[in-house]
Design a protein around this ligand. Structure first.
Ligand SMILES: [Zn+2]
Length: 499
């Protein structure tokens, strides 16, 4: 049932079925050392150079929990409005992990560190409160590299290599409660949740949250049920979705695919699925095992974790301004509506505008340039605003040149183009392209006189009292000066000449 021709068109699927989504997000913590040993967590080291008897699972080695990782997890839990356990244990999750030499993973099972919180997420002009089931701490696995094949996947590979540098890096898993009732906005809600979570984690300073480096990975659960049904459908779990856009596409594809399965009178299989970036589809992975298949039991090599209440309160008191609070403050300071603020956020413009304001521009001007000319440029070139070759300081300078009357808005767009094209700072572009407004009255007056001389018909109309006709002469002056004249001053001079 995964033939693309058999998908049900999205709107049609939504007219008959209600989606329920859930997200499990893994975050590699940015601690200096691993979860249960002293090996460094640095990304990109020589393979198997950051390993020791503990993370290689050698006989006789014993793990010791990383205090910083526990503190980071509590920070995340508090920021997500969770309760923090007074006492909890790590659990051993037994499974065959080719890239985990112990062949078990130390995780948390029925006693997670943080439980029962929420995160508010803005979509489509309204707010969805996403429930947080749990936040728990575990260790990452190593990484298998499949060599000799075309795709880098195990299928078709000649041999595999294992790099254990990642094995034992502290990993936090944030699991949502099922999110129902978002209807057609389900894909957008999933993306908005991961975006909000990413921004939250970044503000907490607990992870570099780079999806492209795998430090933030998302498993996307989707189920569909007929609109009148009282029970939810069977869910699939699409693993390791590695970009915000892919999160949205994976949900959308699963809705279209599962609708086709249900329409055909078949059952959706409970299974893990793989997402394919190239065509936005998912394909079946393994059938999903149940929790009891992992034979969890309390980890005997580690003492329980019992975070002192005073310590938890100290951590709570040290939380920074969180993204939602910051947005609310900036929205008030900048005088924007909820929708306008959401647009800035979705465009990835919040920090850029903030930095442009900090560099001296007004909020209105900063927003005008980033959401106008620069957003158009980003769209046209298929890049993110933040990736454009222009800094907030340069945008602030363009804004101040307009304010000083050196250039007008129209010329400012040319200045921005010049900066983006690598022609240098705004002042350099103004000088090199000769974009400064003609402030020399003599030069302006000759353009005015030329325009009057060239159009006696219009001049006659103006002298008859039809002053609206002056626009044609102003236009001629603007054309003659390449748009660099002060239009208001030109109008004044023309009317003076003809009075
Ligand atoms: Zn180690």
């Amino acid at each position: 049932m995964t033939e693309l021709s058999q998908l049900v068109p999205y709107d049609e699927a939504l007219s008959r079925y209600e989606p329920v989504i859930g997200l499990e997000t893994h975050v590699e913590l940015g601690t200096a050392t691993k979860m249960f040993c002293g090996c460094p967590t640095t990304f990109g080291l020589e393979p198997n150079s950051a390993v020791c008897p503990v993370c290689l699972g050698l006989p006789g080695s014993l793990p010791v929990a990383n205090r910083a990782a526990i503190e980071y997890t509590i920070r995340i839990g508090l920021a997500l409005n969770c309760s923090i356990a007074t006492w909890c244990r790590f659990a051993r999750k037994n499974y065959f992990y080719p890239d985990m030499p112990k062949d078990f993973q130390i995780s948390q099972y029925d006693e997670p560190l943080c439980t029962d919180g929420w995160l508010d997420v803005a979509t489509g002009g309204s707010t969805v409160r996403v429930g947080i089931e749990r936040v728990h701490l575990e260790e990452d696995t190593g990484k298998s590299l499949h060599m000799g094949g075309a795709t880098g996947r195990i299928h078709g590979a000649e041999y595999s290599l294992v790099d254990y540098n990642r094995a034992g890096i502290p990993l936090v898993e944030v699991v949502t409660k099922p999110v129902a009732g978002t209807g057609a906005l389900a894909p957008e809600t999933a993306r908005a949740y991961v975006t909000e979570l990413r921004d939250l984690l970044r503000s907490l300073g607990v992870s570099d949250v780079r999806m492209e480096e795998g430090s933030l990975r998302c498993d996307v659960n989707v189920s569909l049920a007929p609109r009148a049904a009282t029970e939810w459908g069977t869910r699939t779990e699409t693993k390791n979705v590695n970009s915000l856009r892919s999160v949205e596409r994976a949900v959308r594809f699963e809705i279209e695919r599962q609708a086709a399965v249900l329409d055909a009178g078949q059952k959706v299989l409970q299974e893990t699925r793989h997402f394919h970036e190239d065509n936005g589809t998912t394909t079946a992975g393994r059938s999903k095992e149940e929790a009891q298949d992992y034979r969890y039991f309390p980890e005997p090599d580690l003492v329980p974790v019992a975070p002192d209440r005073d310590w938890v309160e100290q951590i709570r008191a040290s939380l920074p301004e969180l993204p939602a609070a910051r947005r609310a403050r900036l929205q008030a300071e900048w005088g924007l509506s909820e929708l306008e603020m959401t647009q800035l956020q979705n465009a990835g413009a919040l920090d850029l505008i903030g930095a442009t304001v900090a560099a001296g521009a007004s909020a209105a001007d900063a927003r005008k340039w980033w959401m106008g000319e620069l957003a158009r440029h980003a769209n046209a070139t298929g890049t993110d605003l933040a990736a454009l070759a222009i800094t907030p300081a340069q945008v602030a300078r363009v804004s101040s040149l307009v304010k000083a009357g050196t250039i007008n808005d129209k010329l400012a767009r040319q200045v921005l183009d010049g900066v983006l094209a690598g022609e240098g700072d705004p002042d350099a572009v103004v000088a090199a392209r000769g974009l400064a407004i003609v402030s020399d009255e003599g030069a302006l007056m000759s353009a005015v006189e030329a325009a009057i001389a060239a159009d006696p018909d219009v001049v006659a109309k103006i002298r008859d009292g039809k002053t609206a006709a002056v626009g044609a002469l102003v236009g001629a002056v603007m054309k003659a000066t390449g748009g660099r004249a002060d239009a208001n001053r030109a109008r004044e001079l023309i009317l003076e000449q003809l009075s």
